[in-house]
Design a protein around this ligand. Structure first.
Ligand SMILES: Cc1cc2nc3c(=O)[nH]c(=O)nc-3n(C[C@H](O)[C@H](O)[C@H](O)COP(=O)(O)OP(=O)(O)OC[C@H]3O[C@@H](n4cnc5c(N)ncnc54)[C@H](O)[C@@H]3O)c2cc1C
Length: 414
């Protein structure tokens, strides 16, 4: 496989672009693997990559029922941050953020990580107090956070409405927050995993599990049965469906989360902005589109489309923040199915079936967690022990009551 470099670019250019090789092989399933990962989103691919790169396991397959990155990984608004409230969350997400910072180099693939900072606003006195506490909590837990008065926020973000319906009294800035190209994260992990021998098998749906005496022995797929004693489940909004097939229940509800982009424009917004009053958040992509997300469509659904009222509400929130965008045309709208846990904290680690490991419950915020989630689950699958940062996210917390309630942390419903 071609290693990407200035030299390979030059050589391909001189040969009329004929020297490029496919980024990953067309995988054909074998009858048995040491480990199988279900779901070719960012988390599944990252888990396979770290199993191969950090733990030396080579005999791995990623099974994806559609195309890799075609789920939430390729549908999200790409915001990366670690602005959580509780130490368990901030440490984990900050670890993931630090992996993102070196990911292009590690994968030899430009994931277009852009450290442009992320703002969360406060719109009333209560919000201001919560924002101050969040800044303090983040700093205490080792993440970067700055508190800014409203006038300062207005000065720093050109075009922001000085008199919005919900006044901007203060802002929390996480300077290390930002965005990355979502497809590139999936493709980069896939390419790097493939190079280490991982089979990436698309159009292969897992339809059932082979379980003997409470232990997994393999999976049933649309391309035949595959034996494996270690299986990772990373299927986001379909986690509870798959858990049911394996004979247990997960405390997850699946909702549609939608987003939209405008027509491309010249650079006008160089940061990420979130207004909790309306749940609207936005950034500008490298192509120039304004990328806008909002709150969940609050009814359970497996349809990858959102409803008009949420779209309208989000668009109104956008125009309230930046009135000049009212003249910009909306180009595309879509939705993904997100896996929401009651305490808005992911589930990472063992399931009630021995050898079947869970990576789910990311809700509206799992893109930023892809490197961290994959790294931690790979550790658990390879060693049989939870990686310390992920230990608080076990399914067992619903038995012990050690929940980590982050429902208010991102400023939007999730
Ligand atoms: C509109 C929107 C905006 C978002 N914005 C952000 C954001 O700004 N920042 C952020 O951090 N997060 C965001 N998220 C959340 C984030 O996208 C997800 O949490 C994350 O991508 C989950 O990754 P994943 O690999 O777990 O899931 P996915 O990428 O969904 O991958 C799961 C894969 O499993 C496959 N699959 C399902 N069932 C089977 C089966 N039976 N057999 C085989 N394969 C199967 C699916 O086809 C899919 O490809 C957003 C989500 C949406 C929808």
């Amino acid at each position: 496989m071609t290693r990407y470099s200035a030299w390979s670019l030059l050589r391909a250019g001189l040969s009329g672009q004929r020297t490029w090789t496919p980024a990953w092989r067309e995988g054909k399933p074998r009858k048995r693997y040491q480990a199988v990962i279900i779901g070719g989103g960012g988390h599944g691919l990252a888990t396979a990559y770290y199993l191969a790169s950090k733990h030396g396991m080579k005999d791995i397959a990623v099974l994806e029922r559609g195309w890799i990155g075609g789920g939430n990984t390729g549908r999200n608004t790409t915001v990366i941050r670690s602005n959580y409230f509780f130490p368990e969350s901030t440490r984990f997400y900050d670890f993931s953020l630090s992996l993102y910072e070196g990911l292009s180099r590690e994968l030899n693939y430009n994931i277009m990580f852009s450290r442009r900072g992320m703002w969360t606003f406060a719109h009333d006195r209560h919000g201001v107090e919560m924002l101050r506490r969040s800044v303090n909590a983040m700093r205490l837990n080792g993440a970067d956070a700055e508190y800014h008065e409203g006038a300062d926020v207005l000065r720093r973000i050109p075009g922001l409405n000085p008199t919005p319906r919900f006044p901007i009294l203060a802002g929390l800035l996480q300077p290390r927050g930002g965005t990355a190209r979502h497809d590139a994260v999936a493709w980069g992990y896939a390419r790097a995993a493939d190079r280490l021998g991982v089979d990436i098998i698309q159009n292969c749906e897992v339809t059932g599990f082979d379980i003997r005496e409470g232990r997994i022995t393999g999976v049933q797929t649309s391309l035949g049965d595959i034996a494996a004693e270690r299986v990772g489940l990373a299927v986001a909004g379909h986690s509870s469906v798959m858990a049911k097939r394996a004979g247990f229940r997960l405390p997850i509800v699946s909702y549609a989360l939608q987003a939209f982009v405008s027509e491309p424009m010249k650079p006008v917004l160089d940061t990420v902005v979130l207004a909790p009053s309306t749940g609207t958040y936005l950034s500008q992509s490298d192509k120039g589109e304004i990328v806008v997300g909002g709150t969940l469509d609050l009814f359970p659904s497996y349809a990858q489309r959102g409803s008009l009222p949420v779209l309208e509400h989000t668009a109104a929130g956008l125009i309230d923040l930046f009135p000049h965008f009212s003249r910009v045309r909306l180009l595309r709208q879509w939705a993904g199915i997100v896996d929401v846990v009651h305490d808005s904290t992911p589930i990472l680690g063992e399931s009630p079936v021995k050898g079947l490991y869970l990576n789910c419950g990311w809700g509206t915020g799992g893109f930023k967690a892809i490197p961290g989630g994959g790294f931690c689950l790979a550790h658990h699958i390879a060693t049989g022990e939870a990686y310390p940062l992920a230990a608080p996210f076990s399914l067992d917390r619903f038995r012990t009551g050690a929940l980590i309630d982050e429902a208010a942390a991102s400023g939007i419903a999730h």
